[in-house]
Ligand binder design. Structure first.
Ligand SMILES: [Zn+2]
Length: 246
């Protein structure tokens, strides 16, 4: 198994660093949801170098040893080198919404961009590690996928605009708005690669409608539900739109 080198983004204006590291098999490793033997023509595990065989009817194409991803990527946040426990998706979204209202900032465009740019464009972590290979596709390194996420933030919270650095307080920690956006897209990247299958159905099978997992769409759905003019108070029930722990 190949260790995926850590990737980082450092915001030099504010001294915030986000780092994504590979916990390998010591994380909360998820099942690999891909269907690598859809046409039921093979009985050998598709994991790089694995000789295990199984019944042809196993559509995952993965043996019992490789049923789960062998990687789990995890996001860490640091400010002036001090480790800060990352706010959750819901905390980031709620606070960005409150902040944007008072400033007339168009948050919908940012979340739309996240949806178009990130969802379905980030492969699962076994593909990124190059231990699962697909005919006609070569995965980029994790750093290139993080770059796509940062570019999305740059379009809405540019580093040369002072308002990107307005402070938003969550649990006594003041985050620049841009940093919260960076943490958010970093979490989306982890979510999509640790437990998504949208990229596979879109890129490899060319039928995105067969996607089975929401992955990074979940927090975006939470944002949409928080922003929808319900005509009633969702109140404390709102967090139930997303499962706890993401
Ligand atoms: Zn195997």
């Amino acid at each position: 198994m190949a260790f995926i080198p850590s990737v980082q983004y450092f915001d030099s204006n504010s001294d915030w660093l986000i780092s994504i590291k590979d916990l390998e098999i010591n994380g909360r490793n998820k099942k690999n949801p891909l269907k690598l033997n859809l046409d039921i023509n093979s009985n050998q595990c598709k994991y790089l170098g694995c000789p295990n065989i199984f019944l042809r009817t196993r559509t995952s194409g993965l043996c019992n040893d490789h049923h789960n991803h062998q990687h789990d990527i995890f996001l860490d946040v640091y400010n002036f080198n001090a480790h800060i426990s990352s706010p959750t998706h819901a905390q980031i979204i709620n606070n960005l919404i409150d902040w944007s209202k008072s400033r007339n900032f168009d948050l919908i465009n940012f979340f739309k961009d996240c949806s178009f740019t990130i969802l379905g464009n980030v492969p699962d972590i076994s593909t990124i590690s190059k231990e699962i290979n697909h005919t006609g596709f070569v995965s980029k390194n994790l750093s290139a996928y993080l770059d796509i996420c940062i570019e999305c933030v740059n379009r809405h919270f540019p580093s040369d605009n002072n308002s990107s650095y307005q402070k938003i307080k969550i649990k006594n920690i003041e985050y620049p708005a841009r940093v919260l956006a960076i943490i958010f897209v970093g979490l989306l990247l982890c979510e999509e690669s640790n437990r998504g299958d949208r990229w596979f159905w879109r890129e490899i099978i060319k039928d995105e409608s067969r996607t089975t997992l929401l992955g990074g769409a979940m927090p975006i759905a939470y944002f949409a539900s928080m922003n929808f003019p319900w005509g009633m108070e969702i109140g404390k029930a709102a967090p139930k739109f997303i499962p706890s722990g993401i």
